[in-house]
Ligand binder design. Structure first.
Ligand SMILES: [Zn+2]
Length: 327
């Protein structure tokens, strides 16, 4: 039997990554470029087409390829096959499926990037033996992809898993990127952590504390230089205030994970995204420690994804071979 091949695309606001892979979950070649937002909404698909052309050499002619999968940050409009008023792009609509289908005559599938990552986990990662599986990314934002009873959840617009927008603070002290208050992502994502750190420092009067390099830095330079990375790095170096902030983030993450466990009842949650992958113990341990205080359902295994930063690409490839799951 000839090898089955597919193209996978991971479209983000910063980078676009394209891979050629097979149905066994091997990535044969991959390339990435900065996402080109300068040529209007149609420029994105043109860039992807150019990248696919550079990957598909003559010996792996396009004829051997079964289809194209695209994992993209949302919000998606699955029916129209593109991105609707995307957060990452200054356009009302970015068409993706139609331009690629017209160019190659191949079936082309569009998924939310976290849904794609869940598919990658299910078929090429730790999820092979799990019918109830959630993938959670903790990165610039927080998102998820969910299997229940072997079915991949999609939703009316393809957004059935916007777990980053679960309300975890009913007092709504911080505003989320989506404009609503109190959402998980507003506190514990790469975008949220600097604001949450400032909130903790100010609400608890921590500027008075001596002997903290983190507080010293805020005294010197204000909050401008405080990022998720600086908070975790100070915590790794034993800074007590940074450790306190990381613990608070962990408690809120545990509440978010507990909501996921009670909503979807998975046997496995895998965790990806740069913040989790770069700080595995500081992110995952507090979740494991506190989740039992909040979840009613039986606690599942919680593990880092072995697919690392390629989870979306693996999932985009898997979507071509397993598109029945997408209903
Ligand atoms: Zn939100």
């Amino acid at each position: 039997m000839t090898e089955k091949l597919a193209i996978g695309v991971d479209l983000g606001g910063t980078n676009v990554r394209v891979a050629l892979g097979n149905s066994n979950g091997r990535i044969l070649k991959k390339i990435y470029e900065k996402t080109d937002k300068s040529k209007g909404p149609k420029g994105i698909s043109k860039q992807i087409i150019r990248m696919i052309n550079s990957l598909v050499s003559e010996e792996t002619s396009i004829k051997k390829i079964e289809g194209i999968g695209i994992g993209s940050a949302g919000p998606l409009d699955i029916k129209k096959g593109g991105l609707m008023k995307p957060t990452n792009f200054p356009f009302d609509f970015v068409p993706l499926v139609k331009p690629l289908e017209e160019e190659y005559g191949l079936p082309t599938y569009l998924l939310n990037d976290c849904v794609a990552a869940a598919m990658g986990e299910k078929h090429f990662g730790l999820g092979r033996n799990h019918d109830n599986l959630v993938y959670i990314t903790i990165s610039t934002g927080i998102g998820g992809g969910v299997y229940v009873d072997g079915h991949l959840l999609i939703g009316k617009d393809g957004n059935a898993h916007e777990i980053g927008h679960f309300t975890i603070d009913f007092e709504g002290r911080l505003i989320c990127g989506c404009g609503r208050r109190g959402h998980w992502e507003a506190y514990c994502s790469g975008n949220g952590i600097p604001n949450y750190s400032r909130l903790i420092i100010e609400e608890e009067g921590l500027m008075k504390i001596e002997g903290s390099n983190l507080i010293e830095e805020v005294r010197r330079n204000g909050y401008a230089g405080i990022t998720a990375k600086t908070i975790y790095n100070y915590a790794k170096a034993g800074d007590k205030i940074a450790e306190l902030i990381v613990e608070r983030i962990g408690v809120l993450n545990a509440i978010g994970f507990a909501c996921v466990v009670d909503a979807y009842d998975p046997t496995l949650i895998t965790v990806g995204g740069s913040i989790a992958l770069n700080n595995p113990n500081l992110v995952v341990n507090p979740i494991k420690q506190h989740i039992g205080e909040h979840a009613r359902n039986r606690i599942p295994e919680i593990k880092l994804t072995p697919l690392r930063g390629d989870a979306v690409l693996y999932g985009a490839l898997a979507s071509v071979f397993h598109q029945k799951e997408m209903g």
